[in-house]
Design a protein around this ligand. Structure first.
Ligand code: A3P
Length: 345
């Protein structure tokens, strides 16, 4: 009998304990998000008079994943109406460069309460089949957002695809364009590493980087190799400048985004006319990953996928030097056009 009573008491204590812990966790989560929300919202200044145009507090909850179904496009019509949600065409696009850090840039900008990201690369402007589906198809691919938020998408293939500048211009001639670049040789090796990994996954063999980057007949840099061509930033940018003035572009230093992301993000906030809301709190260095990761609040944080930040194969120093020498004049031109200088060799 006594044993039965003790067991019952233990059971009651367990239930009460679980409830207490559950409530505590809920409170911690609430306080965490409120902590983060109070200084963020409403957003002042450029968004119009306070109260009228403020970004609803719920904005950040989307980013925490609570209503992520909406963002995946699974909201019911009633939910969309109730929350005044819309699918907006992007006001800014990360057009490239592949392996420059485009994913990191998009995810980090998404920390801003006024920014909503299109999670997938849409490939609307570079893919003829998609483009033929029309602008409404593109808009429907965008996440749900509040009217005062801005949508950003990234498709790095846009930067190097011939038809894209004209197509984007036709959609919105005053759109803001973000280009994230890295030291061109490092970017080319990163590009190669990604392709190599794909081949290895399929149990296929692949050439060494040296063999692809240097023409064996001339012993000069192989400009037919895509990873090399993509790194000639100025050539691609010049095509874009036939449609957009340079003021509509912002160049992000992808090497600095790796080591010191905040100042780079603050420059982007300025370019997008957003009030500064991303802080050091939102970015923490993860020693295991060797990269900065994202903190939305005390309960929700994330690092980029393992496919970002691969170990590059070792490349012959003479090949690296040859490539650096090759890129040098193009880099000078790029600095001149963009007004942003990098310490690239
Ligand atoms: P590596 O894999 O060569 O290191 P993209 O998203 O355009 O494909 O770019 C991938 C690159 O983003 C990675 O190249 C990595 O160096 C860089 N990167 C920048 N910030 C990062 C971060 N916080 N976490 C992971 N990778 C990051």
């Amino acid at each position: 009998m006594l044993f039965k009573q003790q067991a019952l008491l233990r059971q009651k204590l367990f239930v009460l304990g679980s409830l207490a812990i559950g409530s505590l966790l809920y409170l911690v989560a609430r306080v965490g998000s409120l902590d983060r929300l109070q200084p963020l919202c409403p957003i002042d200044g450029r968004f119009g008079p306070r109260g009228q145009d403020e970004i609803p507090l719920r904005a950040l909850q989307f980013k925490r994943g609570l209503l992520h179904e909406f963002r995946k496009g699974n909201a019911t019509k009633e939910q969309v109406r109730l929350h005044n949600l819309v699918q907006q065409l992007p006001k800014a696009i990360i057009i490239g460069v592949r392996k420059g850090g485009t994913r990191a840039l998009l995810e980090m900008l998404n920390l801003h309460p006024a920014v909503v990201k299109a999670s997938q690369e849409i490939h609307f402007f570079d893919n003829d089949e998609n483009y033929a589906k029309g602008i409404e198809w593109y808009r429907k691919k965008m996440p749900f957002s509040y009217p005062h938020q801005i949508t950003i998408e990234k498709s790095p293939a846009y930067f190097i695809t011939e038809e894209v500048p004209e197509r984007i211009y036709k959609m919105n001639s005053s759109i803001k364009l973000l280009i994230i670049v890295r030291e061109p040789t490092t970017r080319a090796i990163s590009d190669y590493t990604q392709v190599l990994e794909g081949k290895e996954r399929k149990n296929k063999t692949y050439y060494k980087f040296e063999k692809l980057a240097i023409d064996p007949n001339t012993c000069e840099v192989n400009t037919k190799y895509k990873a090399v061509r993509t790194s000639i930033y100025t050539k691609h940018l010049e095509r874009w400048l036939k449609y957009f003035p340079i003021e509509q572009f912002h160049i992000v230093d992808g090497d600095r985004l790796i080591t010191e992301p905040l100042p780079e993000l603050q420059l982007v906030e300025k370019f997008l006319n957003l009030p500064p809301r991303i802080s050091q709190y939102n970015l923490y260095f993860n020693a295991t990953r060797g990269f900065y990761c994202l903190r939305f609040n005390i309960v929700f944080n994330k690092c980029l996928a393992g496919s970002k930040g691969r170990i590059h194969p070792e490349v012959d120093t003479s090949v690296i030097n040859k490539l650096r020498k090759f890129f040098h004049p193009f880099n000078q031109k790029f600095y001149q056009i963009t007004g942003r200088t990098f310490n690239w060799p």
